[in-house]
Ligand binder design. Sequence first.
Ligand SMILES: [Zn+2]
Ligand SMILES: [Zn+2]
Length: 263
Amino acid sequence: MPTASLLTLAGQSVVIDCGLGVTRGLADQGFALKGLSAIVITHLHSDHYLELGPLIHTAWTAGLKMPVRVWGPTGLRRYWQGFLESMADDLAYRIHEEGRPDLAALVEILPLAVGGRVEIGPLALTAGQSLHPPLTETFALRFEGAGKTVVFSGDTAHNPELAEFAQGADLLVHEAMLAEGLAPLLARIGNGDGRLMAHWLRGHTLAQDAAAVARAAGVRALALNHLIPSDDPAFGPAVWAECLAPYWDGQLHIGTDGLRITL
Ligand SMILES: [Zn+2]
Ligand SMILES: [Zn+2]
């Protein structure tokens, strides 16, 4: 399924990106949806926020009554207003007939800025710039808390500067693609043209370049996510690991739905 991660440190949980399937994914991890309190969206591509509204709404019907803060690009406010508008009939029903709290008042949409530092309970979040043209509001995320550091690359082209941003992290979660898997994927998708291939090549990072960033950053573990391709049996975890072997000899996790990494 598309991109969504749950980070839990020092008793604070943060959902990072809300691609399709995030609600099911959190439930599968045993996460109580009514405990949702913090969400960060790295950029406004559908595979990172398509299910943001449905996640919050489902948490609300499951008992959410504490505030939820959502950080992300400035355009996120428009998405959330549109979601509330699209669900207006249901929201009015549940507030008036079921006694639910006003969902609009529970949720705060906050802009994230490169270099900005945000306190999320006991966690400190620093936002960095990722390279994902043509978008400009695209963020890498560095979380620190309980003596641990976890960095998410966000969607990004190869970005050597990320090595400084991720310096010394216990875990770097980096997006990755396999060059030899791109042409078969484009053929299989079938409704995009050369522009889709061009977007992959200028907006995403080859697995070996993700490994180079991890090495330069001196991180303890590397997890690859947002895999392109992600669902081609010809490019399973063994192929990814084999591709990475010459470039990374540290702890490696190849992302799959439900993968759990303990720090
Ligand atoms: Zn993207
Ligand atoms: Zn993406």
